[in-house]
Design a protein around this ligand. Sequence first.
Ligand SMILES: [Zn+2]
Length: 163
Amino acid sequence: MDTFSHALWGKALFGRKGTNLFALLFGAAPDLIAFLPWMILRIINGTFFDREFGKPPPVEIIPDWLFFMYDFSHSFITGFLLVFLLYYFRKDYIWFAALAWPFHTVLDFPFHTKEFFPTKIFWPLSDFYIDGILWSRPEVWIPNIILLALVLFYKKRKNTING
Ligand SMILES: [Zn+2]
């Protein structure tokens, strides 16, 4: 899914009063960790705008370390380890917001193809992935936006009613 949807799903499902910002960040974090450093590097060396806007970069020009970062940040093992550590050490509600991280993996697993960053949910124990349906296809992305809007709307209404 796109990073913006991931962030909003994080907030919608795992954000509470006082932890909404954390839930947004945890929801987006797996993509930020994987793609942001390379994006910044390409902006600095002036190659970011070489390609057609909105199109994914060809796999050949993506550095190896980015694939490593993607596998690391998108594994359930990383996500749940983080949730566990926050729960264990902090004993407050941040661990709940951190569930947005493994939920990011839940959304990417069926909606990435084997050609472009298949999501290896048990990395580094296993390279298992499925050849899914690309998240940017309208039959995936439009229901995603509708569901997301419904959940956010429902939550806002509930909060209004409960004061
Ligand atoms: Zn992702």
